[in-house]
Design a protein around this ligand. Structure first.
Ligand code: GLC
Length: 444
């Protein structure tokens, strides 16, 4: 496989993270048993199956879900725990906008929501700001084995030795192709360009390729994939900013070549996941980059024009191989929730084997529990889920910089990279500006 160097170094990193997480988990035990007082609002509910309980309603906030996944998992939970009703609160599809709304709500110590989905990039910030409950004592009490989860997803929710969230599903950027138009997906970005030029218009399509190029968080995930596939990095393992490199410059050039080509929609600079998904399921493109959930939409008989004509593969490679950005969502409990026990019961369900299986089968989302990839129904979602190598893709996905000031880092990158795509500055200028501005932000 072309992945080799990148995959190997990422795997070593994951092994290290795994080791550190194991140390953290055992080290945090004592501390956390003292934290009971944090949940002064705990009203003492014991949400045990089958017992007679006071009815309680919890509010679960999450971004727009275009798949039936969320409804299905809530329905299954309510059937199993009839005394807990889950009310949904829909947040914006754009993770940056959701982030800002959560910060407003949580910083005012509101108890309006109990449980919410957190993007993989938020835990450090939310933990530092004390917005959410530490989950260690629940995890220990209920005997949850965190080693059943992909180590990278556990590590992403761990900050200062404590677990602040439960991994719900993981995301890695994947490549979609139309099996009624091509047999094999392109192996490199250059092949993608060649094939897109050649194939656009076939099978009723208008475009060769769809990606996320709007100025928002998704742009960063697309950019990280280009940068890593050419061997570049934003921040290295010692927390040094290393983004100003020939690799970044080459990657941004390739990204620009694609975004300004004739085979993408003219308004690609407005494309987020939802625009990608809509154009894709209408059958408008030969290839697309999105997260695994788009497989569920592609095969949705009610919405999609391309049912059974879609496969997922790894993204095309640059000089150093193929790279997928690490995304994903976890569930957190609002520190000011008035129903922490019921909230935890829901978090446990949605991030446990039953909940994750429903989310995978109904919502096309990639589980964080590795054993679920051996489940025939999960394997039925796509051939990629059934492919053992996909676990490797997920585990070796490239994280965005882990920092309590990540939103600031992301804003800097969004602005500088967008300016390259709109032709307002060169890739060299962008790399230099990102280096200086991220260094300054991290030094504050
Ligand atoms: C997906 C990913 C998330 C990422 C977002 C960007 O939802 O799971 O981690 O930040 O896309 O748009």
């Amino acid at each position: 496989m072309k992945f080799s160097k990148l995959a190997l170094s990422s795997l070593l990193l994951i092994a290290l993270v795994f080791f550190l997480v194991a140390c953290n988990n055992s080290a945090s035990t004592d501390q956390d048993s003292n934290d009971e007082s944090d949940t002064s609002s705990d009203n003492g509910e014991q949400a045990e199956e089958g017992s007679e309980e006071e009815p309680v309603t919890i509010v679960y906030a999450r971004g727009v879900d275009t798949t039936p996944g969320t409804d299905a998992v809530i329905k299954a939970f309510e059937e199993k725990f009839p005394h807990i009703k889950v009310e949904q609160r829909e947040m914006p599809a754009d993770t940056g906008q959701s982030h800002d709304q959560y910060v407003t709500l949580l910083s005012s110590q509101s108890s309006e929501i109990d449980v919410f989905n957190a993007d993989v990039i938020w835990p450090a910030e939310f933990a530092q700001a004390n917005y959410v409950l530490e989950l260690d004592r629940f995890i220990e009490r209920d005997g949850i084995n965190m080693e059943d989860y992909f180590p990278g997803t556990v590590a992403a929710a761990n900050f200062n030795g404590k677990q602040w969230a439960m991994p719900q599903y993981t995301d890695a950027g994947v490549f979609y192709y139309r099996t009624d138009i091509v047999d094999e997906p392109p192996a490199t970005w250059d092949e993608l360009i060649e094939m897109s030029n050649e194939l656009k218009g076939e099978g009723g399509t208008e475009y060769g390729y769809l990606m996320q190029a709007a100025q928002y968080e998704g742009l960063i995930t697309n950019a990280i994939e280009f940068i890593a596939s050419y061997g570049g990095e934003v921040v290295d393992e010692n927390n040094n900013v290393v983004v100003n490199s020939p690799e970044t410059i080459k990657a941004l050039e390739k990204m620009k070549e694609i975004v300004t080509s004739d085979f993408v929609p003219e308004n690609i600079l407005n494309f987020m996941e939802i625009e990608t998904e809509n154009a894709w399921i209408e059958g408008n493109a030969v290839f697309a980059r999105n997260w695994p959930y788009m497989m569920s939409s592609s095969n949705d008989e009610e919405r999609s024009e391309i049912v059974d004509n879609v496969e997922m593969a790894r993204l095309p490679a640059g000089d150093e191989g193929t790279a997928a950005a690490l995304g994903g969502w976890m569930t957190m409990i609002n520190r000011y929730s008035e129903h922490p026990e019921a909230a935890w019961e829901f978090v446990k369900f949605i991030s446990g084997p039953e909940g994750q299986k429903i989310t995978a089968v109904e919502g096309g989302r990639a589980p964080t529990l590795s054993a679920l990839y051996d489940d025939p129904e999960v394997q039925g979602v796509s051939s990629l889920f059934a492919n053992p190598e996909f676990r490797e893709v997920l585990q070796s996905a490239v994280p965005r910089p882990v920092s309590p000031i990540y939103p600031e880092v992301s804003d800097i990158m969004q602005i500088e990279i967008s300016k390259v795509l709109t032709g307002d500055q060169t890739s060299e200028e962008a790399a230099k500006n990102m280096q200086e501005k991220i260094e300054a932000a991290m030094a504050e």
